[in-house]
Write a protein that binds this ligand. Structure first.
Ligand SMILES: Nc1ncnc2c1ncn2[C@@H]1O[C@H](COP(=O)(O)OP(=O)(O)OP(=O)(O)O)[C@@H](O)[C@H]1O
Ligand SMILES: [Mg+2]
Length: 345
């Protein structure tokens, strides 16, 4: 008569709706889903039908025939295509709910510090119409810092730099709140674009986003290798002169050059943050260093490049790709203690 307990169990969730990856944390369980933020549609008689979401859809990016469209609904850290984003959130919630739960979950989602009220409302509405009973928002830098295990409620300054696919958010926190935060639209996507345009300009070679991301994650580096060359890898693309497929060797030195602009912009964002921080908190940051989170923190030697340019001690968070989801999840687990960081609208 009452059904099974699990059918009444409402798994409250925390979602990191990222430009590159979406992660879902379920209360009491941790991260249960981690998939690329991509939706692929079949276009049939002018109507769109969802064909694949997440990992399967990402494999289709850049490889679709005319009848299929693969879309990344998040750009620069915010929702660029609402219908697609909602479809994606619904799909992921359903995937987790597949055991027939009937109670609607409470969902906390993180939003970039720079999100406008309109963007925040849109995210909240997407989550509600995807099936949430209550939607809370948390600022991404706070989530990142909690997830990285920083003592954010202490009366000392902590600096966290979250380098995602779309944006880099630099924030200074003290007493559980944001003292300074700035979001720059530079992240993994810009790095991929940097590699694409470098290869086009210097080698007349056209490569797609999947290839440039592979180059970045395999041999990408933020610093010129000491021997002036570094490791290398063979890649394939299209020769722009002959129009035919061509295989070429790419070196770390070349990738360092291709990435120099986004890397420089990240360094400048950290310097600007330090200069804009009140002196006592800035002194704390000089003492305690800076924590890097997000996938971009894994770029080879980025910590060293940042240390050289800013003079600050730099650490990379454990599980840097998961920090925001873990921190958002923690705000769900410790709702009472962390109530002040969640905005229920
Ligand atoms: N080893 C690596 N080296 C360099 N970049 C990496 C590495 N691993 C992952 N990345 C990049 O990290 C980015 C994804 O990071 P993350 O999941 O933190 O972003 P996101 O949260 O989806 O984006 P945002 O926070 O901007 O909305 C991608 O651009 C990916 O290519
Ligand atoms: Mg992120």
């Amino acid at each position: 008569m009452f059904g099974t307990i699990s059918s009444f169990f409402s798994p409250d969730m925390a979602i990191d709706l990222g430009t590159a990856n979406t992660l879902v944390y379920v209360r009491g369980k941790g991260i249960v889903l981690n998939e690329p933020s991509v939706v692929a549609y079949h276009l049939r008689d002018g109507k769109k039908q969802v064909l694949a979401v997440g990992e399967d859809a990402k494999l289709m990016l850049g490889r679709t025939p005319g009848s299929i469209e693969a879309i990344r609904p998040m750009r620069d850290g915010v929702i660029a295509d609402f219908d697609v984003a909602e479809e994606m959130i619904k799909y992921f919630i359903r995937k987790i709910h597949k055991r027939g739960n009937i109670a609607k979950p409470k969902i906390i989602v993180c939003v970039p510090h720079g999100a406008t009220p309109v963007e925040k409302r849109a995210i909240r509405e997407s989550v509600l119409s995807a099936g949430a009973r209550k939607a809370g928002l948390i600022a991404e830098p706070i989530a990142a810092a909690i997830g990285a295990g920083m003592p954010i409620t202490d009366p000392t300054g902590s600096m966290v730099v979250d380098i995602g696919g779309g944006t880099t958010e630099v924030a200074v926190l003290s007493l559980g709140d944001i003292v300074y935060a700035r979001s720059v639209r530079v992240g993994g996507d810009r790095m991929d674009e940097g590699i694409i345009s470098y290869l086009r300009r210097q080698h007349n070679l056209l490569v797609g986003e999947a290839t440039s991301e592979r180059i970045k994650t395999q041999i990408g580096t933020a610093r010129m290798p000491e021997d002036g060359r570094g490791a290398s890898m063979d890649i394939r693309g299209r020769d722009l002169l002959g129009g035919v497929p061509k295989e070429t060797e790419v070196t770390q030195a070349q990738v360092a050059e291709a990435l120099s602009e986004p890397v420089q912009q990240i360094c400048e964002a950290v310097m600007t943050a330090l200069e804009s921080t009140p002196p006592d908190l800035a002194a704390d940051i000089v003492d305690r260093g800076v924590m890097l989170t997000g996938g971009g923190a894994l770029l080879g030697d980025l910590d060293l490049a940042l240390r050289e340019q800013t003079g600050l001690a730099i650490s990379i968070a454990d599980e840097s790709l998961n920090c925001v989801a873990l921190g958002t999840g923690k705000s769900l687990e410790f709702e009472r203690q962390l109530a002040h960081v969640i905005d229920y609208g």
